[in-house]
Every structure is written in C-alpha cells, then in structure tokens.
Design a protein around this ligand. Structure first.
Ligand code: NAP
Length: 286
C-alpha cells in the first residue's frame, strides 16, 4: 500500500493520453465511495518489463494494458486466467502471492457489448467475418469460437497475419482475401471491424455491404467516433449495427473488481459521461 493506504491502478500504453479508462474507473471509485486512484502510465516499448515489475509495489495493485503492450504482458505473466491463454494477449494485470497474473477481458467486453446491442445475435450467427488480424482481432476470434460460431473468416491488409491467426485457431477459421470478401459477406451473419480504420483521423473501412443478408449484424470495435462510417453504412442498409463503446465499458469491470473488490455496473450514466467526453473531443477537432 502507498503511504495513505489507498489502492492504485491504472492503464499503461504508448501513447496513453487518449485513454478513456481513467474516466471509467474514476466514475466507479467515486460512485461506489471507494478510496483509490486510477492513473495513466506512459510506458514506451522496451520499458514494459520494468513497469510490470512495479505492480504490487507502493499501492499499485494492478493495471490495464493497451497498445502496444498486450503481447508483452502475456509473456510477462507467471499465471494466466480467464481468456488470456485462449487469446494470446493480456489486457488486465494484478499480483497474487508474488505472481504476476493476467486476463484478457476484451473477450468478455466484446461479447457483453454484442449481447446488449443485438441480444439474439448468436441464434443466427453461423458465419462471422472479421476484418483485422491485430491484438483485438485475436480476442474477438477467441470470443466468437467460444460462443460456438461455426465459421470465422479473417480478412486483413497483411494477408500473412490473417493466415497466422487462422492457423492458431484451427479448422473453424479461414484466412480470406479482400477479393473473396463479397462472397463471405453474402454468407455472413456477423461482420466485425477490428482494424483501426474508421477511427477519427484515419481512413474509413470501405466495404460494400450490399451482399449482406437483411438479418446480419455489423459491429465495430472502434469507438471514436461513436458511430463510425461502417456503423453508419450498416444503418443506411437497414442492418442492425452495434457501436464499439460498450466493449470498452464492459472490459473494464473485471479489472476494477480484482483491484478494488467490488464488481461495478455499466450504467447509462457512465455511458453518457464517456459519450459526452468523446463528443467534446470531436467538437474540439472540427
Ligand atoms: P493492432 O494490433 O495495431 O492491429 C491493427 C489492425 O488494423 C491490423 O489488422 C492492421 O492491419 C489494421 N490496419 C491498420 N491500418 C490499416 C489500413 N490503413 N488499412 C487496412 N488495415 C489497417 O490494433 P488492435 O489492438 O487490434 O486495435 C484495433 C482497433 O480496435 C483500435 O482502433 C483500437 O482502439 C480498437 N479497440 C477497441 C476496443 C474496445 O474496447 N472497443 C478494444 C481493443 C481495441 P495490418 O496487419 O495489415 O497492419
């Protein structure tokens, strides 16, 4: 514990200034009346092992891990819990009896958001298409397979990364090329954007949704802006569209419980607080 005895947690990344995690955890600390703090830790590549070693010292009870450290966090852990082993990446760290422990709560966050936004998605989702093959895509492929989705096609700019992901997850996954995308979209019950495209300041993910079934669900894990160009295109096409912010809110809850001992709730008030912050940033930019 620190001198005052209050617990500290935080998010480590590079860059980390844009992270909304402090807003989320500070809201829970405040509304639950818990004495504690949640900070930002700017940790450059190469400095992650020293940061990980500091967990457990001076009141620092754990941390969230964001880009680019999720795989380094996986490698640094003495013990893996929950979905960490399955997804090959860690976004939540804590220490138990001296051992560094990690979980990947992006899996739970992705599924909780989809369950909330399209409650019956799994009833029809035999085939999913995921665009992207980075750290978040790994967690999402694991999430979809764990819910029994029969076929997951992975499309990525760098084909080798899609192939590596498909090889890791086995026979229910396929690495598909951009050229094959219309064919896969025709079959797809669910389309996921797990690239950085669509993020404010980046190009849009340009996909023609015309081949998709009317019953299909489209979700984007990018949440700045709240409604990405892909989400807007899905709505124009009359498809159910699930924005990405809920994933961020839900993935935060298990870490908070580990560090501060209370399972927090994703309330509409919390969502409104984070949405207002994102909208204010958008106005500042325009
Ligand atoms: P990452 O590991 O860096 O992967 C980035 C992915 O985007 C790769 O597949 C990359 O393709 C693709 N990409 C980047 N620029 C591209 C371009 N110009 N054209 C085509 N593809 C491009 O990042 P990540 O951790 O997976 O995160 C991906 C996104 O998800 C980020 O925007 C992140 O903020 C968001 N995210 C959201 C949540 C949430 O809670 N909602 C959670 C985690 C992540 P290549 O392999 O070809 O480079």
């Amino acid at each position: 514990m620190s001198a005052g005895g209050a617990r500290r947690a935080g998010v480590c990344g590079w860059p980390v200034a844009h992270s909304r995690s402090p807003l989320i955890h500070e809201y829970w600390l405040r509304t639950l009346g818990i004495e504690g703090a949640y900070e930002r830790f700017a940790v450059p590549p190469g400095a992650f092992p020293a940061f990980a070693a500091s967990i457990g010292c001076d009141g620092l009870v754990g941390a969230n891990v964001t880009v680019p450290h999720k795989e380094a966090a996986f490698a640094a852990c003495d013990r893996l819990a929950g979905d960490a082993q399955g997804s090959g990446a860690v976004n939540t760290l804590w220490r138990e009896n001296g051992a560094l422990c990690g979980d990947n709560t992006d899996v739970l966050g992705f599924l909780a958001n989809l369950d909330a936004g399209a409650p019956d998605w799994r009833r029809t989702a035999e085939t999913a298409v995921i665009v992207g093959a980075g750290g978040a895509a790994r967690a999402i492929v694991h999430a979809l397979l764990s819910r029994g989705v029969e076929r997951v096609a992975i499309v990525n700019r760098t084909a080798e990364r899609a192939e590596a992901l498909a090889a890791r997850f086995g026979r229910r996954t396929t690495a598909a090329s951009w050229r094959e995308l219309p064919k896969w979209l025709k079959r797809a019950d669910l389309l996921v954007n797990a690239t950085t495209l669509g993020m404010a300041g980046q190009g849009a993910l340009e996909i023609d949704l015309a081949p998709m079934k009317k019953t299909a669900v489209v979700t984007d894990i990018v949440y700045i802006p709240l409604a990405t160009p892909l989400i807007e295109a899905a709505r124009r096409r009359g498809l159910r569209a699930v924005e990405g912010l809920g994933m961020l809110l839900h993935q935060a809850a298990p870490g908070f419980e580990r560090w501060f001992g209370v399972r927090p709730t994703v309330t509409s008030e919390l969502r409104a607080l984070v949405e207002a912050d994102i909208l204010a940033e958008g106005k500042g930019r325009s």
